[in-house]
Ligand binder design. Structure first.
Ligand SMILES: Nc1nc2c(c(=O)[nH]1)N[C@H]1C(S)=C(S)[C@@H](COP(=O)(O)O)O[C@H]1N2
Ligand SMILES: [Mo]
Length: 331
């Protein structure tokens, strides 16, 4: 099966594969109005943002305000991955399956206007424009490890707020047990939508308590700026204790359901990508070990791999969500 060979192992991007950020002019003023939010932010946090500014940044994106988060576990002390690596080594199959494809191709994505529909088992079904979402709750900076199921990891300073801020606004019914996340699937602007590698749209899901957990982030930016297209602009999910594919990019719909949603990866290969997909060094992928990982930009191809941590190191914060569950069965 196509996916299987493509997802085997991993490859580190070579320096000559790194494409300069040269395609964002059209988005520069997208969220200009937002910069006004900076007033609520401490000077120290603002200055701290600059520490993330990395070497090669030909075209900066619009800044996003965001003080350091006070949510427990939200700011790892691990060294942040460079912006160059985080924005050029991506998984975003709508723009191709090669790690370098999204940075090359995602300039065609149109992010204005943008709306996110919230529907299903809620008292207040709603349509939020991106501007509504940006103003819904104060932005915070969260420095999260992100562990890809393929065996590599990064550390990325995201900007956004807890998804539960949005969930509280729409007032889920008692019958809502799961949340389904539907992402953009526009073949005109996303060249690989329609390819047979996955069913489109890319759909993900969380159990209600996972979606409500304060670490589950609705992300709008990274490194103090709005998201570059290849990282899931204009709005995405970031769930730091789960394999990266749970963190769906380019969200357009959030649906509250009674039944566990069918997700794109479960559908493509149910035996390989479970619904929970909690990072777990003790549960191997059917075709490779999950016990170790390579930190992009730090661990060279011949370096000893680092140990993968249970729940990606967020066990203290999320372990209790899974008390009593057989995580080998419910992988
Ligand atoms: N819509 C969509 N979201 C997606 C993906 C995708 O192909 N399409 N890939 C996932 C995978 S496998 C990973 S590892 C992360 C990568 O996020 P990053 O490129 O911002 O590091 O995005 C996830 N979200
Ligand atoms: Mo991934």
């Amino acid at each position: 099966m196509l996916i299987k060979t493509q997802r085997d192992g991993f490859q580190l991007a070579r320096a000559d594969e790194l494409t300069p950020q040269s395609v964002y002019e059209g988005r520069r003023d997208l969220l200009k109005l937002l910069a006004t939010g900076a007033a609520g932010m401490s000077l120290a946090a603002w200055a701290g943002r600059e520490a993330h500014a990395q070497a090669v940044r030909p075209n900066k994106l619009a800044p996003l305000p965001g003080g350091r988060s006070a949510v427990a576990g939200a700011v790892t002390m691990d060294k942040a991955t460079t912006y160059a690596d985080a924005s050029s080594y991506n998984n975003f199959y709508e723009f191709g399956t090669d790690k370098a494809d999204p940075a090359k191709n995602a300039h065609t994505l149109r992010t204005t206007p943008w709306t996110v529909e919230v529907e299903g088992l809620v008292k207040k079904p709603s349509r939020f424009s991106l501007e509504d979402l940006l103003r819904l709750s104060p932005m915070e900076e969260r420095i999260y490890r992100l562990r890809c199921v393929e065996g590599w990891s990064m550390v990325i300073p995201w900007v956004g707020y807890s998804l539960n801020e949005l969930i509280k606004k729409v007032e889920p019914l008692g019958s809502a047990k799961y949340v389904e996340f539907v992402t953009q699937a526009d073949p005109k602007t996303m060249p690989f939508v329609g390819s047979r590698v996955l069913d489109w749209p890319y759909v993900e899901g969380l159990r209600m308590d996972e979606a409500m957990h304060p670490l589950t982030l609705l992300g709008f930016g990274m490194y103090g700026e709005v998201l570059p297209n290849q990282n899931g602009a204009p709005v995405r999910l970031v769930v730091p204790w789960k394999y990266g594919f749970k963190s769906a990019k380019t969200l357009v719909k959030i649906r509250f359901t009674e039944r566990q949603p069918a997700t794109a990866w479960n559908h493509a290969a149910a035996s390989e990508y479970g619904f929970y997909s909690n990072v777990n060094p003790a549960v191997d992928h059917p075709r490779w070990s999950q016990a170790t990982e390579r930190r992009i930009g730090e661990d060279g191809l011949f370096a000893k791999k680092r140990k993968t941590l249970m729940f990606n190191g967020y066990e203290a914060q999320v372990g209790q969500l899974y008390a009593g569950m057989d995580l080998k069965k419910l992988f």
